[in-house]
Design a protein around this ligand. Structure first.
Ligand SMILES: CC(C)(COP(=O)(O)OP(=O)(O)OC[C@H]1O[C@@H](n2cnc3c(N)ncnc32)[C@H](O)[C@@H]1O)[C@@H](O)C(=O)NCCC(=O)NCCS
Ligand SMILES: Nc1ncnc2c1ncn2[C@@H]1O[C@H](COP(=O)(O)OP(=O)(O)OP(=O)(O)O)[C@@H](O)[C@H]1O
Length: 317
């Protein structure tokens, strides 16, 4: 059994702050799961591990001593009952169509200091030779989609998937889970770094529709269809038929704009787009919600400091 001395009550705020901090981002993703995690101390308590002499039970005793207090404190109750969405770090989903101008908008947001996670960049990373998705792609699409250096020939793969919906589906089923895992890691990184919101640039946000529920705002980078077609043909040096096939592989922009909470119209010149991005940025920044997050961070730092101090004092003396 672990004995923390007469100062054991310190553990109440300390462990709850620690657990709250650790599980804080999860609240946005799996609120129910977080609630169940808080049942663990109770289960361990009911199990009464201290009364036994078996090998596992002392370990359980340590866990229960460390986690039980957290079940009582207001901080945990608040977290478990889901903090109001406004007080947590929030996510902004940015999407558009192929060549509608997402990268152009993202460049301005990055210039303004925003944290942006780019799904297209991640999609390129997760298909590098040593990754699982690479092996699966080679398995299903064959070695003919490889370049001489062993990397995936993106042009060749693109030509296949944009003209065969079932192969596109297959590629998506291989790459999307890996992309989402990596995005989650990066969201976590920005949370730890103290960012108030993160912009997720996801071209297929509205097509897959699985992630929209986690977004506080969704932004569509729109561009009128003729402009989209001509920009795509020019940038990727595609024929009109090839460009149309790529555009047709996605939900039409006019459909997507109905689903988004904000629209940036990039049909005009870059300056007009920039002005719209500045307005959006001002809107995202215009909030004091982050004070909540800072308050929690402060509690955690103070709590953990207290715990370290107590443990050192106890074990040294
Ligand atoms: C097909 C691939 C090899 C083409 O590579 P390429 O370098 O030519 O294009 P890039 O990756 O820059 O994508 C450009 C645009 O194509 C569109 N696009 C890409 N993949 C898809 C897809 N599966 N379905 C519909 N549109 C797509 C998006 O608008 C994207 O912004 C590549 O896009 C890919 O691996 N796609 C599957 C992963 C994916 O869905 N990526 C999109 C981000 S979630
Ligand atoms: N307002 C604009 N005026 C003129 N050209 C533009 C404008 N916005 C973007 N473009 C050009 O259009 C092309 C597509 O833009 P961009 O790469 O930003 O789109 P995207 O949505 O990120 O494309 P994808 O998702 O397909 O990679 C690029 O060649 C870019 O230089």
């Amino acid at each position: 059994m672990v004995y923390f001395g007469e100062n054991w009550f310190w553990l109440f705020p300390v462990t709850s702050a620690g657990m709250g901090w650790t599980l804080y981002p999860c609240v946005q993703f799996k609120p129910k799961l977080v609630k169940y995690l808080y049942l663990i101390p109770w289960i361990l308590y009911l199990y009464r591990p201290c009364d036994s002499t078996s090998v596992f039970k002392p370990c359980l005793a340590v866990v229960s001593r460390l986690t039980l207090p957290s079940a009582f404190t207001p901080a945990v109750i608040l977290t478990a009952s889901r903090l109001p969405a406004e007080s947590t770090m929030f996510l902004v989903g940015l999407s558009g169509g192929i060549a509608s101008g997402k990268s152009t908008v993202v460049a301005v947001l990055r210039e303004l200091g925003c944290a942006v996670i780019d799904a297209d960049v991640i999609a390129r990373e997760v298909v590098q030779p040593h990754f699982k998705a690479y092996r699966q792609i080679v398995h299903y699409f064959g070695t003919e989609i490889l370049l001489e250096n062993g990397e995936i020939n993106r042009e060749a793969l693109g030509n296949i998937i944009f003209s065969h919906p079932e192969k596109r589906q297959l590629l998506n089923s291989i790459t999307h889970p890996e992309i989402q895992k990596e995005m989650l890691k990066q969201i976590w990184k920005y949370f730890v770094l103290g960012y108030r919101y993160v912009i997720l640039d996801i071209p297929l946000l509205f097509e897959t529709n699985r992630l929209t529920k986690f977004m506080k705002y969704t932004v569509l980078v729109y561009c009128d269809p003729p402009t989209q077609l001509s920009r795509l043909m020019k940038r990727n040096r595609l024929s009109q038929a090839e460009a149309e096939a790529r555009i047709a592989s996605q939900l039409p922009l006019d459909e997507k704009r109905k689903l988004a909470s904000h629209v940036i119209d990039n049909s005009g010149d870059r300056e007009s787009t920039r002005q719209q991005v500045l307005k959006l940025h001002a809107r995202l920044e215009d909030s004091l919600d982050f004070l909540w997050a800072r308050l929690v961070a402060g509690t955690v730092v103070a709590g953990l400091g207290g715990l370290v101090y107590l443990l050192l004092r106890r074990f040294i003396s």
